[in-house]
Design a protein around this ligand. Structure first.
Ligand code: PL4
Length: 412
């Protein structure tokens, strides 16, 4: 019999989102008449808009013709890489610094192979659980000690620090995961804050993995959409991004990673060359149909559709946020991101999760699933059909009204 990879045994619990899906199933089995609404997993719900969908369909059609057929394209279509460079980065990267992927999450998992198991890992707390769980899988997280892993530095992002962490705790030569707009808090770092982050990385010899999966939700033009807007970012950061939440490609699967050639390891070798080697070895390229859709998404019409779709979800977010605020629940996010981060002081996140499921038949995500600083918070996702979101808001409002005296008083 084979030994189990010891790193797997180090995982504290099941992956957050399947756990939530399991709890939903259990509740539905016991309450078959309940009309459960999910504001939990950040999964898109709206149809792909026409110009982008036409790109996908045309991509599929082309495969049935001699001229249009294509096979493997490991590194991604040249035209797509060039368009991403032009549109997102003002042409500052050559095509061989942009790698097309099957999604940001998949690249985050593969990126961890570059740095081995000895690298100190830094995360915003709270943050998307893949950064921590992926680090556990490659043996970089160490043992579980109470509320976190020994090898991970958790940088608390709280109301007190405006959801931007104290960077003085970044260890030397670390891998820093930084997500803006942040999942789950919805907070977006300002340009000045990203400058601080870049300085902290440079001073500590660290590398930033900047996750910009929600950048298309930024509406405030003063807020940066990429780490490369900040001087020095190119020397200490790589960036992952995705078509999932912008074009509705959560199921189609398409993303990209920028690995500037300026990035080097301590030994002087180029990170870009190793990344090319890693993806060339264990990834066979994104679907050519998805890439045809990606190209369509980056035409003027496609970009207008991205805007329309993200506006729709931001409209949902505003409804949820206003409902919570009217009920006296303090929350942030939802203005430049599809998530609302709601505070339930002194409450256990999972307890609030169960309460919302039982009383409102709403599935949410408990904040503690995103890190220790997420305790007492609940993340509400704004992905859903408008009518469903409105119904969820009615239930929330009715529930809080029924608590007579308000949410906080009934839970003192
Ligand atoms: C549930 C900060 C969602 N099964 O679709 P991808 O791979 O291009 O992007 C995934 C991703 C990357 N970076 C951030 C993200 O928040 C996400 C998606 N997160 C959520 O509810 O937090 C979907 C989660 C999915 C998963 O595990 O990713």
């Amino acid at each position: 019999m084979l030994n189990r990879n010891a790193n797997l045994a180090n995982l504290k619990a099941g992956y957050l989102f399947p756990e939530i899906a399991r709890l939903r199933r259990d509740f539905a089995a016991l309450n078959p008449d309940a009309k459960i609404i999910s504001l939990g997993v950040g999964n898109t719900t709206e149809p792909i808009l026409p110009a982008i969908n036409h790109g996908l369909a045309a991509g599929a059609q082309a495969l049935g013709t001699i001229e249009g057929y294509s096979g493997y394209s490991d590194e991604g279509l040249l035209a797509l890489r060039e368009r991403i460079s032009t549109l997102w980065y003002k042409g500052m990267f050559s095509a061989d610094e942009i790698f097309i992927s099957d999604g940001a999450k998949c690249d985050i998992g593969r990126l961890q192979l570059l740095f081995g198991s000895d690298v100190p890992v830094v995360v915003q707390d709270p943050s998307y659980p893949v950064y921590v769980d992926g680090s556990v899988l490659i043996g970089a997280a160490g043992a579980w000690i109470g509320t976190g892993y020994k090898g991970i530095t958790y940088l608390a992002c709280t109301e007190e620090n405006g959801y931007f962490p104290d960077l003085s705790k970044v260890p030397h030569n670390a891998l820093i995961y930084f997500c803006s707009p942040n999942n789950p808090t919805g907070a977006v770092a300002t340009k000045e804050q990203l400058r601080e982050l870049v300085c902290a990385a440079q001073e500590s010899g660290s590398l930033i993995v900047f996750d910009a999966a929600y950048a298309e939700y930024i509406r405030d033009p003063a807020l940066p959409k990429t780490i490369f807007e900040v001087e020095g970012g190119i020397d200490c950061a790589l960036e992952v991004n995705s078509f999932s939440k912008s074009a509705g490609f959560t199921g189609v699967r398409l993303g990209w990673t920028v690995v500037p050639k300026t990035l080097k390891y301590a030994c002087g070798a180029r990170i870009n060359s190793d990344w090319s080697r890693v993806v060339g070895t264990i990834f066979n390229g994104a679907s050519n149909i998805a890439q045809a859709g990606g190209l369509a998404a980056l035409t003027p019409q496609g970009l207008a559709e991205i805007r329309e779709l993200s506006d729709y979800y931001l409209g949902n977010a505003a409804l949820i946020r206003d409902t919570l605020l009217n009920a006296g629940v303090s929350c942030i996010g939802g203005d430049n991101s599809p998530y609302i981060w709601a505070h339930f002081p002194a409450r256990d996140s999972w307890e609030v999760f169960r309460e919302l499921l039982e009383h409102c038949h709403l599935v949410t995500t408990p904040g503690s699933g995103f890190g220790p600083a997420g305790e007492s918070f609940i993340r509400f996702s704004a992905f859903g059909h408008r009518a469903v979101i409105e119904e969820a808001c009615r239930r929330l409002a009715a529930y809080y009204t029924s608590l007579k005296g308000g949410w906080e008083k009934s839970h003192d």
